[in-house]
Design a protein around this ligand. Sequence first.
Ligand code: AMP
Ligand code: MG
Length: 391
Amino acid sequence: MISEEEARSRILENVTPLPERTVPLATALNCFSARDVFARVSLPGFDNSAMDGYAVVASSCNKSRRLHVIGEQPAGRDRKLRISGGQAVRIFTGAPLPEGADAIVMQEDVTGEGEEIVVNVDVEPGDFVRRRGCDLAEGQIILARGERIRPATLALLASQGFADVIVGGKATAAIISTGDELVKPGEELQPGQIYDSNSALLSALLQRCGVSATAVEHCRDDRQSLRDAITRGIKNHVLVISGGVSVGQHDLVKEALRELGAKIEIWRVAVKPGKPFLFGNISECFVFGLPGNPVSAFVTFLQFVRPAILRMMGATNLDLPRVPAKLAVGLSNDGERPHYIRGKLEHGMFTPVGRQESHALLSLSQANALLRVGVGQSVNANEIVDIQIWD
Ligand code: AMP
Ligand code: MG
């Protein structure tokens, strides 16, 4: 049995980023940038008005001053107007600032219309003017290599005129849920059977990593069926197998993998829940064998499968988001493996939820965060701890 840290670093040593691709912005959400990207144009690209109103020369605009309106500047085409003291230009949001103007007066702060207006407020230079480059300067970095592309990232790329972006590779994955006791949701249960819930769980966790499973198979605890299912699954970059990796006589996954020529890199990791975790590869496909108990499958996916997939897709930050939180109750771990406690993080407080056994699906569904309690570690109520979150 190896430590969690060793398992994680051995996995990450083995997986390498997939070849990068150029994709249109419309399909780049949640991909990882394969390059540092720099601004091509400054934002705003020219001095412009932040309001509908009048462009003026601030120093000539004492309160109640009457101004002569010499023209109109809408957004979209620079009419190259020019003003001097005592003059104004009717202007609209986003329109280029006329030469000579240094402030905008909101239309609400002006009386009169047409050629003569009276300004009813004090005006300072720079009022409601958006200066060229005040948001972003040309050449500034706007997206770092390995960074996840979010909605606002797409907006920023579009604002620079980029129609596409170079991102990390797209990983494909298949799921096999093993177990003679499993029945597909929607079918009828016989005594002793249970519904397969891991297929739904693992498909969703993969989706959260930006991967939609190409196949989700159920397989009986039978060598030949397993070999056949694995042979189909390894056409993907990643194969996630649930159940059958423990030490029972019906746990045949490891043997089936060996018979197919797999190199088993890791089997059994000191982590609770999740000890029987397996990692290996058959030629180009990385195989993850997760324990069948749903919470174990969940925890080992987040700790070992997720970082591997993110790495393949070109991400640099492979960790779950971490936040400090106050612990609601004291906890200690006198076992021999680090323990991931499921809990609810709410208003800065982490409260363990429900039963902590590895089959306890209801408490998992109510949790949104994990607390890792190391071997021999005790944490008191109200202590600040580091929480991993996934929602
Ligand atoms: P195993 O790892 O195959 O020994 O399974 C451990 C426990 O997880 C057993 O109680 C199984 O019935 C349960 N289990 C295995 N696979 C699934 C699954 N796909 N959905 C729900 N429970 C499962
Ligand atoms: Mg089983």
